[in-house]
Design a protein around this ligand. Structure first.
Ligand SMILES: [Zn+2]
Length: 535
């Protein structure tokens, strides 16, 4: 299959609303500029030249490209601190089961996809959640019967569990010991097809064929386009070394997005060593390495200090490097390489392990890039003060999604420590927001709405005392995300800072976030208009 010719050149008009008029200075006039800077929070104009903010509030100069900003609001370019861009780009071409509301719909979607695919292709799907259908029964391999002998893998929405069919099970080494995780079996000992945590990453994922490079490049381009359309100028991208080095890096000159890559590699030592040889560029930099401490609340694998309310005796699963007892060794090696250790921790017991590791690695490597804790979803009240000065990389859309299952998984009393945005800020934690796309939508406006309104995806209020003010949510998607990703000179509109801007059709600090959140009108990266909804 060839590449989409419309996507091969950034200059072709066929590229839709994209333009790359890089070198013309731009001035946005008669707008409301929300700078995010303390000394001058608001202005009416901003000028960008040579890729940087040249002036604030000054008139246009001769030769400037003038943008009529009447009715528009300019904010610092939005940054997503945690997304899986190449994975998400690939997911755009895979079967999406997030709208499935019953077993019948699930099976019909599998049957339809099976008919469309070439004979030798795997069927890969994602997005299902048992919370979406009555009875909340977990699927098993019989739900995939329509795929016949074709290997089929359907990832749960959180990517921490998957359902596979016999064609996949027969290829898996089911006897292999796992670093946290489980092959579910029925009463007779036969695998049901449900694979959890390391059973997915170690047994199933390595079997799924990688797409050919042309398709992988096309997926990366689609992901970047989606990011720009959603107002994003930079992403903290969780990527495999191979994708970073062989797909993203060669494409960087034509991808209008700043990549700050955190390597997602279980075999971490060679990955860290290889990262040292990759170039650093304003558009691409490897900034860290990621490890998992636990799983997710939805899959009941988040590591909790107490039992799950709906699964007595289960406190979740220690996984990956933490299960191997090598968390400190890993964090030390990542820091010594000048990278930021990024630790996935969702349950309160996992967050405690991450905080302990954080303190030890900061003592040993005080000048290394700050460690990040990803998700920080449940914090024991006594651990909140320990978050002072710690980067809490959180995803407000996960809050809106998990609000549906939190009360059943944890009991209502423990929900108070869930997605405790306000408490974390009050304790001096550094909030950096992201999406975890494709787990949740690559949409910072939807994320801000979730943080500001406190509403679940179904519109129900959830722990409203932890909601944020609009300025705090905007900060977590700009200056907060920039500092988490080590992006100095980003995240605020100040003379000399990067020429990255997001232009909205309403004031995020004054709009009605429940009924009419702002929409993205234009995205500017390094002084170039990379998305213009009006074009
Ligand atoms: Zn993630």
């Amino acid at each position: 299959m060839g590449e989409d010719p419309a996507m091969t050149s950034r200059y072709r008009p066929a590229f839709g609303p994209y333009t790359r008029a890089v070198n013309d200075p731009i001035v946005i006039e008669d707008a409301l500029v929300v700078t995010g800077a303390v000394d001058r929070p608001r202005a009416a104009a901003v000028r960008v030249a040579d890729g940087r903010i040249a002036a604030i509030g000054a008139p246009a100069e001769r030769g400037d490209r003038r943008v009529d900003g009447r009715g528009l609001v300019v904010v610092p370019g939005l940054i997503d601190a945690h997304a899986h861009l190449t994975l998400g780009g690939r997911a755009l071409g895979e079967l999406d089961l997030s709208d499935v509301r019953s077993r019948e719909e699930f099976e019909a979607a599998i049957a339809r996809r099976h008919r469309e695919l070439p004979a030798d292709a795997w069927l890969v799907a994602r997005g299902w959640s048992e919370a979406n259908w009555p009875g909340q029964a977990l699927p098993d391999r019989t739900w995939l019967a329509a795929a016949g002998a074709r290997p089929a893998v359907c990832h749960r929405m959180d990517l921490h569990a998957a359902i596979v069919n016999d064609a996949v099970l027969s290829r898996c080494d089911l006897a292999r010991p796992l670093a946290g995780g489980r092959v579910h079996r029925d009463a007779g000992g036969a695998p049901t097809g449900l694979m959890v945590e390391a059973a997915v990453w170690e047994l199933v994922n390595p079997l799924v064929p990688d797409p050919p490079p042309a398709l992988a490049r096309q997926a990366a381009r689609r992901a970047v386009r989606l990011a720009n359309e959603n107002g994003l100028v930079a992403v903290g991208a969780m990527e495999r070394l191979r994708d970073a080095a062989e797909i993203i890096l060669p494409l960087c000159p034509e991808l209008p997005l700043r990549w700050r890559v955190t390597l997602l590699e279980r075999d971490w030592a060679p990955a860290i060593a290889a990262a040292a040889h990759l170039p650093r560029d304003p558009m691409f930099e490897v900034i860290g390495a990621k490890a998992f401490i636990d799983g997710t609340l939805g899959s009941r694998t988040a590591l909790m200090l107490d039992d799950y309310a709906d699964d007595p005796g289960n406190r979740g699963t220690l996984v990956d490097i933490a299960a191997d007892g090598r968390l400190d060794e890993w964090a030390g090696a990542v820091s010594a390489a000048g990278l930021s250790p990024s630790m996935h921790a969702i349950g309160d017991a996992a967050v405690r392990i991450a905080l302990d590791a954080h303190e030890r690695v900061q003592r040993r490597h005080p000048h290394a890039p700050a460690p990040r804790i990803e998700h920080v979803q449940h914090v024991a009240p006594e651990d909140l003060p320990r978050l002072r000065g710690v980067i809490a990389s959180m995803q407000p859309l996960h809050r809106a999604l998990d609000a549906r299952v939190a009360a059943t998984r944890l009991g209502s009393a423990r929900c108070a420590g869930t997605f405790a945005f306000r408490s974390i800020l009050r304790c001096g934690g550094l909030l950096a927001f992201g999406s975890d796309w494709p787990v949740a939508a690559l949409d910072p406006i939807a994320g801000m709405r979730a943080a500001i309104t406190g509403l679940s995806v179904e519109g129900a209020p959830f722990e409203p005392q932890e909601r944020l003010r609009p300025a705090e949510a905007l900060r977590a998607y700009t200056a907060g995300a920039a500092s988490a990703l080590g992006m100095h000179g980003h995240g605020a509109i100040e003379p000399g800072s990067a020429g990255d801007l997001t232009i909205l059709d309403a004031d995020p600090l004054g709009c009605d976030w429940v009924r009419r959140p702002p929409r993205v009108v234009m995205t500017i990266v390094g002084g170039a208009i990379v998305w213009d909804a009006r074009a």
